[in-house]
Ligand binder design. Structure first.
Ligand code: FAQ
Length: 307
């Protein structure tokens, strides 16, 4: 092992951060770019399902909250693309790969949002799952990624609370509103569990990512934590979770629960989900429509250099 590789290993073992100018194995860099890019793309594509409700929000207050949340997601995408740039990959390169279907984004954003209650359910369950997954990532071994996560997690907490508060308000409303919430939770529960990735024994990346301190917990451990956290919240809300196998296991001090449909998960990840084509098409159009802005920014930068 070279001196540089030994220094890298020692940094990881001490639990210290690896910084952009430090030597790192190519595979470590590649894994980070893969995970950070997928995460950034998820934030940007993730603006679409809720963004569709901004113009139809039922009050000015709800509209202002939703607008702020969706803008936050754009900001999260930018922090993450910036973190990836410190590893030597440009945002342009990553965006091109996303648009060419060569890089992934979270499966959850390939599900439709036909009901206004979905805005609340996404906040509660999707942001809730995101927090569960991302709080440990604040301690990830790569400095810029961990620091971006700290800021993102603070905002995700607000997102989760606004979703839960929206659902709570609907649950205090009419029978029809309560039915809307339950229907939405029924659709989003299993896809939310899928956000943590495949079961550990079908996860090719977990072992190495844990050894490098990129991931701090396994997919199954985080999924369990999310279930344990969500069940009392569902009870307080007055909704049922659509899993007949869900029950408290006193011995383990955790809930037992059923498995999501993993065939559906892989189909969605491979591009065959209900909204994959629509999400990418929308993103491509937004990218093309924004070409003049990027062109103007480059022209302005050149002009400044000349002055
Ligand atoms: N969807 O070996 P593993 C948000 C892929 S939160 C799609 O277990 P890994 C906030 C995986 O990439 C959502 N693909 O992989 C928000 C790999 O494929 P590859 C984003 C998935 O990386 C809320 C293959 O399967 N959060 O956006 C998924 O060790 C509301 C094998 O899997 C993050 O990205 C999936 N669910 O673990 C925004 C968090 N799961 O690349 C708007 C950071 C797995 O080898 C509104 N990422 N795959 O071809 C992570 O923690 C990890 O990357 C995991 C996957 C846990 C997602």
């Amino acid at each position: 092992m070279t001196e540089l590789a030994e220094y890298f290993e020692a940094t990881i073992q001490r639990g210290d951060r690896v910084e952009p100018r430090d030597w790192m194995p190519d595979a470590y860099r590649k894994t980070l770019v893969r995970q950070i890019a997928q995460h950034a793309h998820s934030e940007i594509i993730g603006m679409q399902p809720e963004g569709a409700w901004i113009s139809c929000a039922p009050s000015l207050r709800r509209k202002a909250i939703l607008l702020a949340k969706v803008q936050d997601e754009a900001g999260h995408g930018l922090y993450l693309y910036s973190a990836a740039e410190t590893l030597g990959t440009s945002r342009r390169e990553l965006t091109d790969k996303l648009l060419a279907g060569k890089q992934k984004y979270s499966s959850i954003f390939n599900y439709p949002t036909p009901s206004y209650a979905d805005v609340g359910t996404i906040g509660w369950l999707v942001d809730g799952a995101a927090i569960c997954n991302q709080v440990p990532l604040c301690r990830t071994s790569f400095g810029p990624y961990g620091r971006a996560m700290i800021r993102i997690c603070k905002e995700e907490s607000f997102h989760q609370r606004q979703g839960y508060e929206l659902l709570m308000t609907m649950m205090r409303g009419t029978d029809e509103q309560r039915a809307m919430v339950q229907e939405s939770v029924n659709r989003f529960w299993w896809p939310a569990l899928m956000m943590f990735g495949p079961p550990d024994d079908a996860s090719p990346n977990t072992a190495q990512s844990m050894a490098w301190g990129i991931k701090r917990d396994t997919n199954d451990d985080l999924r369990q934590k999310f279930v344990d956290m969500s069940v009392p919240q569902a009870e307080a809300l007055g909704v049922t979770l659509p899993d007949p196998d869900l029950k408290w296991n006193a011995e383990r001090g955790s809930y037992d629960f059923g498995q999501p449909d993993w065939d559906e998960f892989w189909a969605v990840v491979k591009g065959d989900g209900p909204c994959n084509a629509e999400r990418l098409e929308h993103r491509r159009k937004a990218h093309d429509d924004g070409a003049w802005v990027r062109g103007a920014a480059v022209a302005f930068a050149r002009l400044e250099e000349e002055l």
